[in-house]
Ligand binder design. Structure first.
Ligand code: OSB
Ligand code: MG
Length: 368
């Protein structure tokens, strides 16, 4: 693929419902859209980084900078044979995983379109529908959260995940179990706790949760291993798993028994598939996480989640769970049995609504 031009757009898409985690509250999904033009075709990718470095260290501003100053000058006007070559090419740049992943995603889209195949087929996907879960933020009152859970279960979502933080944990889970019985339920702390909080996790251990996601600090595999040793509930790591090498270390010391895979967090689909493969060899289940992506990132996540070892329900919900109107056509819809269809058309398998993207764009540049 000879890269003729790359367009970057920073957009802000209002969320239908504010989303609160232990690290903050967002009312809008802020991201970069990457559009690559090559061989008369286009490919799209998303950098779901946000305005502030709260989930991890990246922002849309840092991603724009790294792409503009260090990555695009070495790619535009050149030939990139395969997304794997791009991944190897940017490996010497330390971190900035979301920036790299956004461009790599656009290259996967391009390659799949050029071959006239769906992205999922290119990656080795084996399932046509993904089990859909929904991730629910912290609410001002438990009753409000229970109401929202009830409505998502009613429309068919298979699994509920709730965000927790100190003061919003055991009592919340207790009320959810009392109200909804034995539903598939898991919690996500986004690193809000320390090893001193072991009693909270011992208490949560009594509720038959599917998993407890990222309880402790991102850079602390050792304390996660110590905590896992005291629990029956599997720990699942999100922020801590930044590469296949980190995944290997986490599994070697039993710091987790499940991994949440997000291509954006691990520098791209190449690394995401490598983590999937490594977990599969070790019989460790994985599932596809999300970062409130627009349809562009969401369609890519659906393709990733079609790989065989993604055996737990994903944080992949319909476009209307987040947005009044998505930027793709058709939008992502929840189908039978609480599943979402993996797009079947070439590339991402959905069309980007450029008119709508333009209306949402607050920063734009073309690099050629
Ligand atoms: O930790 O999984 C997370 C959203 C923003 C930042 C971090 C996380 C999340 C989610 C939502 O849990 C996942 C989604 O529905 O896209
Ligand atoms: Mg998480």
């Amino acid at each position: 693929m000879r890269i003729e031009a790359v367009e970057l757009r920073e957009i802000a898409l209002p969320l239908r419902f504010g989303f609160e985690t232990s690290f903050g509250r967002s009312e809008r999904h802020v991201c970069l859209l990457v559009r690559v033009l090559a061989d008369g075709l286009e490919g799209w990718g998303e950098v779901p980084a946000g305005d502030a470095p709260l989930y991890n260290e990246e922002t849309v501003g840092t991603a724009w900078h790294v792409l503009e100053a260090f990555i695009l000058p070495t790619v535009v006007g050149r030939v990139v044979p395969h997304p794997h070559d791009f991944a190897a090419h940017v490996a010497p740049i330390r971190r900035h995983h979301m920036a790299k992943a956004g461009l790599e995603a656009a290259l996967w889209d391009l390659l799949a379109r050029r071959e006239g195949r769906p992205r999922a087929a290119l990656l080795g996907g084996t399932r046509a529908r993904i089990a859909a879960g929904v991730s629910l933020g912290i609410e001002p009152e438990i009753d409000r959260l229970l109401e929202r859970i009830g409505s998502f279960l009613q429309i068919g979502y298979q699994r509920i995940k709730v965000k927790i933080k100190p003061g919003w944990d055991v009592a919340v889970v207790e009320r959810i179990r009392a109200a909804f019985g034995d539903i598939l339920l898991q919690v996500d702390a986004n690193s809000a706790y320390t090893p001193d909080d072991v009693d909270v996790f011992r208490a949560l251990d009594e509720f038959n949760l599917l998993l407890i996601e990222q309880p402790l600090a991102e850079d602390d595999l050792l304390d996660h291993a110590a905590l896992q040793a005291q629990l029956r509930t599997p720990l699942c790591l999100d922020e801590s798993i930044t590469s296949p090498a980190q995944a290997g270390k986490a599994l070697r010391i039993d710091a987790c028994r499940i991994i949440n895979i997000k291509a954006a967090r691990v520098s791209g689909l190449t690394a995401a598939v490598a983590i999937h493969d490594l977990c599969r060899e070790r019989d460790v289940p994985v599932w596809c996480g999300g970062l409130l992506e627009t349809g562009v990132g969401r369609a890519a996540n659906l393709a990733l989640a079609s790989l065989p070892n993604f055996t737990l329900p994903a944080d992949l919900s319909a476009s209307d769970r987040y947005f009044a109107e998505d930027i793709i056509e058709p939008p992502v819809r929840l189908g039978e049995g609480g599943t979402i269809a993996v797009p079947e058309g070439p590339g991402l398998g959905v069309a980007v609504r450029l008119d709508r993207v333009d209306a949402l764009t607050r920063r734009f540049a073309t690099f050629r």
